[in-house]
Design a protein around this ligand. Structure first.
Ligand SMILES: [Mg+2]
Length: 379
């Protein structure tokens, strides 16, 4: 396959309601999309970096910059060498990670580029993301991430609405001052049968271990990323001091860090986000590694549009994804998605079966949300 160039497209989508986590409040989602143009089909990639570097060091403007200045030129050079006499003649999605490896970090940008090339490749071949990744089901249970609310009654109203919608699992965002009481209130109101977990997004320290142990009686599925991203040993120690299973999100940036965290006892569950780990192919490697170690995985979310949501649903259909993920209906975050909306059906999201992502942006809606476009040629 010959990659001719990539369009970098920025869109801004308003959220149905502000989404508050321990690192900030989002009112709209500023997304960088990639459209890969090849001599076969076109492919779409979605960069999950947010507008500001609060979830991780990556942010959307930097993602566009590193793609333009370093990643696309690196892919261009790789493609040139592949087209020399005796070379493979073009570029394959499985080459992208290797071609971009000399550039350090920037995993969300690399993931978006690999996703776009993979989508183009699979559309050209008439194969789906789900089939390519190894999906074993055609629908996945849908969980929902519930932001920090101003009051407990407001939180209970929100959870009530999501349970009525059919969501299979509730995740509460927590931070110091908003942890034990909201969990207790949700348990008291909705009972022990609700699958419930919490996500701290790095808001605590190991010194909070005794306080976090107060969550033990509530039979949570897991506590996600209580400590700083780099504090893997702290998580291992915390896991010994609390009964709630520790799940890592921000700390797991590759299969290598996943292997280290598992070996150190820092987590018994992993939230896999393809953007955070450099792409869907690395995400699959982490899945395989976790399965080999008996560690459960689930697919997190980064307020994706229908494009990223489609790819996440395909990934979550792999056999090791034994816990419900954060793959919610499009209307959880957006009144209008840029693709046909994902709709909850009996608490599940259908895994797209068509070629590539199986969904594509609807041109009018895409244009409506677009704030800028830029064409970068790949020689
Ligand atoms: Mg998280």
């Amino acid at each position: 396959m010959k990659l001719q160039g990539v369009e970098l497209r920025r869109i801004t989508m308003p959220l149905v309601a502000p989404f508050r986590t321990s690192f900030g409040t989002e009112h709209e989602r500023d997304v960088l999309l990639l459209r890969a143009v090849t001599d076969g089909a076109e492919g779409w990639g979605e960069c999950v970096a947010m507008a500001e570097p609060l979830y991780s060091s990556e942010y959307a403007d930097a993602a566009a910059d590193v793609l333009r200045r370093f990643l696309l030129p690196a892919l261009s050079r790789h493609q040139e060498s592949a087209r020399r006499p005796g070379g493979p003649g073009g570029i394959a999605a499985s080459d992208v990670g290797h071609a971009l490896a000399p550039i350090k970090g920037h995993r969300m940008s690399k993931a978006a580029l690999e996703m776009a090339v993979l989508d183009a490749e699979l559309r050209t071949l008439g194969r789906s993301f789900a089939g390519e990744l190894g999906a074993v089901v055609d629908r996945v249970p849908s969980g929902v991430s519930v932001g920090i609310h101003d009051t407990i009654p407001a939180l209970l109203d929100a959870v009530d609405g999501y349970l009525s919608d059919g969501y299979q699992r509730i995740k509460l965002k927590i931070e110091p001052g908003w942890d034990v009481e909201p969990v207790r209130a949700v348990r008291e109101r909705f009972g022990d049968g609700v699958l419930l977990q919490v996500d701290a997004n790095t808001a605590y320290t190991l010194g909070d271990a005794r306080h976090l142990a107060r969550l033990d009686p509530f039979d949570l599925l897991l506590i996600e990323q209580p400590l700083e991203e780099e504090d893997v040993l702290g998580h291992a120690e915390l896991a010994r001091r609390i009964q709630t299973p520790v799940c890592l999100d921000e700390s797991i940036v590759s299969a290598q860090t996943a292997a280290a965290a598992i070996t150190l006892g820092a987590c018994s569950i992993i939230n896999i986000k393809p953007g955070r780990v450099g792409g869907y192919l690395e995400a699959r490697r982490i899945h395989d590694l976790a399965v080999a170690h008996g560690v459960a995985v689930w697919c997190g979310g980064m307020l994706e549009t229908g494009l990223g949501r489609a790819a996440n649903a395909a990934l979550a259909a792999l056999p090791g994804f034994t816990l419900p993920g954060d793959i919610s209906g499009s209307d959880r975050f957006y009144r209008t998605d840029i693709t046909e909306p994902f709709v909850l059906d009996d608490g599940h999201i259908a895994v797209p079966a068509g070629p590539g992502l199986g969904v594509a942006p609807l041109p009018d809606l895409l244009d409506k949300f677009t704030t800028s476009t830029e064409w970068v040629s790949v020689g």
